[in-house]
Design a protein around this ligand. Structure first.
Ligand SMILES: Cc1ncc(COP(=O)(O)O)c(C=O)c1O
Length: 359
């Protein structure tokens, strides 16, 4: 059987959650587990995240999956509900809604008594310049005032467009807007920090922080790696060598013959490809780790295979190769392929086997 494997290290996940607690000791933690826990498999992550205060998901289906695995924590739907019909499930499963447009206010108010009775909070989204979701500064005060008057417990929520670039001028604009609304709507709970913001601005941690990528041991920053941030990679993605060849100088490898050997080399064919979620974009900067040492990926990535230069190594059939993990960080694979760790983690296919490493 093919042994392409995604290992999920529960103790690394717990370690990273503790890092959030260390950095934001006075805030509650909403662990972001949307997109199947950033591709890690929400079921395999739950036990290690048990000490979180709450979870954040993007869709009702993701929230129901969490409940089906026995999660009892508060769950926030970070885009709220998509239509009025979803209110029944919200109440049945005790989910907290983000409200980012006026129709959602009406949908919620139709069920407000039950929502309040269940002790659910409502998260009001400020659009402070990212211009995806939320009420603009002129509108949000009326919405919050109305919801408070109706007896709802409100949390003011904002999301940074450039938290990964602390000096970006948009950050100060967003912070000033948030602080203004916070003052005008006092008393109100506040949440604005994703992973990058948790590192950048301790003074903005407020009531809830919302870490995502840092929990999984990948970096939110282009210029800081996880060692500098003291995080541990949760996912190790491996595959095995299924063929060994020697090629002569002048011979090429793979589709498009993009790689031509300049000298005689030994190559290993590893059973992994873009059909599993390994990126296909052509680059000469792709490396994998064998026995902890980096080896070059050569030629085009196929759907099911890649080729590696193993010259000088005693590579063997069935040997395990790390595509990303401890020795080859997912962030480095992402950078070599013009993307971010988030994307590579989220877009793994369901073809690799999944194994959880228990604590
Ligand atoms: C509203 C919101 N909060 C928090 C996060 C977590 O962000 P990160 O993974 O960068 O920590 C996200 C992720 O996209 C988000 O959309």
């Amino acid at each position: 059987m093919r042994q392409a494997t995604v290992y999920i290290d529960s103790s690394a996940l717990q370690y990273n959650l503790n890092r959030v607690k260390q950095l934001a000791p006075h805030s509650k933690i909403v662990s972001m587990v949307k997109a199947n826990a950033y591709g890690h498999g929400v079921k395999d992550c739950l036990a290690a995240l048990n000490n979180t205060d709450a979870f954040g998901v993007a869709t009702l289906e993701e929230a129901l999956e969490l409940r089906s695995h026995g999660a009892k924590h508060p769950i926030t739907l970070i885009e709220g509900i998509f239509n009025a019909n979803e209110m029944d499930a919200v109440l049945k499963h005790q989910l907290e809604c983000v409200i980012h447009h006026h129709q959602q206010v009406e949908w919620l108010l139709n069920y407000k008594d039950e929502y309040i009775q269940q002790g659910l909070k409502v998260w009001i989204k400020l659009n402070s310049g990212m211009n995806r979701l939320g009420f603009k500064i002129d509108d949000i005060i009326d919405v919050i005032t109305r919801l408070k008057r109706e007896g709802l417990h409100c949390v003011l929520v904002m999301h940074f467009a450039n938290a990964d670039v602390p000096a970006h001028p948009m950050n100060q604009q967003q912070i000033q807007q948030l602080l203004k609304i916070k003052d005008m709507c006092a008393p109100i709970e506040v949440s604005c920090c994703n992973s990058a913001a948790i590192f950048n601005w301790p003074e903005l941690h407020f009531d809830y922080v919302r870490p995502g990528i840092m929990l999984y041991g990948a970096t939110p920053f282009a210029d800081k790696n996880i060692h500098e941030l003291d995080l541990k990679p949760v996912m190790t993605f491996t595959a095995r060598i299924i063929a060994l060849n020697s090629i002569q100088a002048g011979e090429s490898v793979g589709y498009g013959s993009l790689f031509t050997a300049e000298e005689n080399i030994d190559i290993a064919i590893v059973s992994i490809g873009y059909g599993d979620g390994y990126p296909r974009a052509y680059t000469t900067q792709n490396y994998v780790a064998i026995d902890g040492k980096l080896r070059r990926v050569i030629g085009r990535v196929s759907m099911d295979m890649i080729a590696i230069d193993v010259t000088g190594l005693n590579a063997a059939l069935d040997q395990e190769v790390e595509l990303w993990g401890q020795h080859r960080l997912v962030d480095d694979v992402a950078q070599a392929n013009g993307t971010i760790g988030y994307e590579l983690l989220c877009r793994l296919s369901n073809r690799p086997i999944r194994r959880k490493i228990e604590i």
